[in-house]
Write a protein that binds this ligand. Structure first.
Ligand code: UD1
Ligand code: MG
Length: 457
């Protein structure tokens, strides 16, 4: 079977009140249209046509790497007119699937079921029952239950408006009859538009049977027209992602207070996630990883038995097994921690490797550095990596001990098992196994008297 998928995305999205085209507004990590495109791609579509019009260039440029056939609809004269723009590409022997760029949560399993209903003389239509069907096209059936037509809200009689079963807009049919029906569309209706939905009546007239698939899940077919609906679908997406993670063995203190904008590529068992955690990009979590409240992870790998305490921010970082990070730690891009590393509060790391069992527990900046294993970096230590023009590396070898409030002015190497006295500014390499310090000697001034305030009379 050849599958040609058409995604309609030419509309303006006036109710978003935005300078960004509606289909480029984000849901999770991706624009609305990206979700629809991905679903179409998982169906193994042979070709995907996206009909664009409003802000066409901006939409196109956002998907420059995908194999998409872009079809321009100059003026938006209706959904039928939009599909007419693709008409010359539609193959007689293909199955054609029509999707909407602003309906992001449709599951490919549902679409597969819909496609399975397509025969040479059937048109498959996805419908849903809504408590409030206002605004949607209603499904008109005869007394035997056969579909006869779709009537748009603005063209519906009062009796028809009471019908709860509505058109989701999603349909599938073979190419040959579709091309034929597209030729016959008119715009003699309340909106003066060429309705795609009019092909239903044409199909019935030509002796086709219209097979419906009713989805039990309204969110799946909900479109985005305004920012409130966008926020509503964002919650739905988050709810689904959290549910999926729980199925994999992740515990959430409150799944309603979790956001994932990207993917958890792999995840061990008995992972615990506290409230208000945000994960972005590609995340990998080992077994028994614990993520504290308010933690933000972006493109991070965390190995087994590691705990990330509250309000820590990690980006493009790798954390080895059995480590403890935070609270309030910041791991910036290029941070790689081996196992059993402790990074404490108000510690910032950037492009730094830290070896097994090392500790940087308080108020430090370690950037462009290689830290060996078994190293202890005291409170307030700073690697001075930037001279105003260039960045330089700091090397701290295995077993070194850096006294509190030291500045290591890079490029500099602290040798194996070296000790740096507290409060030192180290500008030259410190030799292995020895104490190096740079501070003025302590002085006591005898006979010095502290000034006293004169009290006015
Ligand atoms: C359409 C259906 C209606 C269905 C509803 C579901 C028709 C005539 N009506 O109505 O039965 O219940 O969707 O949400 O099809 N678009 C274009 N070019 C155009 C017009 C629209 O690309 O000229 C795109 C829009 O960007 C949008 C989609 O098609 O993504 C639907 O258009 P919209 O105007 O929202 O159709 P509705 O009136 O909601
Ligand atoms: Mg609509």
């Amino acid at each position: 079977m050849t599958l040609q998928t058409i995604i309609l995305a030419a509309g303006k999205g006036t109710r978003m009140r935005s300078s960004i085209p509606k289909v480029l507004h984000r849901l999770g990590a991706d624009p609305l249209l990206g979700h629809v495109y991905r679903t179409a791609a998982t169906l193994k579509s042979d070709a995907i046509y996206i009909v664009i019009g409003h802000e066409a260039e901006a939409v196109k440029n956002s998907f420059s790497f995908e194999p998409i056939h872009w079809i321009l609809q100059d003026r938006q004269l209706g959904t039928g007119h939009a599909v007419q723009q693709v008409r010359e590409h539609i193959r007689d022997d293909a199955t054609v699937l029509v999707l909407y760029g602003d309906v992001p949560l449709l599951a490919s399993a549902t679409l597969q079921k819909l496609l399975d209903k397509v025969r040479s003389d059937t048109l498959a239509l996805l419908t849903v029952r809504l408590d409030n069907p206002l605004g949607y096209g209603r499904i008109i059936r005869n007394p035997q239950g056969k579909v006869l037509a779709i009537v748009e809200e603005k063209d519906a009689s009062d009796a028809q408006k009471n019908i709860a079963e509505v058109n989701t807009g999603v349909l599938a049919v073979q190419g040959k009859p579709l091309r034929h029906w597209l030729n016959g569309l008119g715009n003699d209706n309340a909106q003066g538009e060429f309705y795609l939905t009019d092909i239903i009546a044409s199909a019935v007239r030509d002796g086709f049977s219209v097979e419906t698939l009713e989805t039990p899940d309204p969110y799946e077919v909900l479109g985005v027209n305004n920012r409130e609906q966008l926020a509503c679908l964002e919650r739905q997406l988050q709810h689904r992602q959290a549910a999926w993670l729980m199925e994999q063995g992740v515990s959430f203190r409150d799944p309603a207070r979790f956001d994932l904008r990207g993917e958890v590529a792999a995840c061990g068992q008995d992972v615990e996630i506290d409230v208000n955690v945000l994960m972005e990009g590609r995340i990998t979590l080992g077994h028994r990883v614990r993520v504290g409240a308010g933690v933000h992870l972006k493109n991070v790998t965390v190995e087994d038995d590691t705990e990330i305490l509250a309000y820590s921010v990690l980006e493009d970082a790798h954390v080895g097994a059995g480590s403890r990070i935070g609270p309030y730690a910041r791991l910036r891009p290029g941070t790689v921690l081996e196992g059993d590393v402790h990074i404490g509060n108000f510690v910032e790391l950037k492009a730094a490797n830290v070896g097994h069992g090392s500790k940087i527990n308080h108020l430090s900046y370690v950037g462009d550095s290689s830290v060996g294993s078994g190293v202890n970096v005291g409170a307030g230590t700073i690697t001075c990596n930037y001279d105003g023009a260039n960045k330089h590396r700091t090397v701290i070898e295995d077993g070194a001990f850096i006294g509190s409030n030291s500045q290591l002015v890079a490029p500099v190497t602290i040798g194996r098992n070296a000790t740096i006295g507290a409060g030192s500014t180290i500008t030259r390499d410190a030799p292995a196994d020895q104490l190096t310090l740079s501070r003025s000697r302590q002085l006591t001034v005898s006979g010095w008297v502290r000034p006293v305030k004169q009290v006015k009379k």
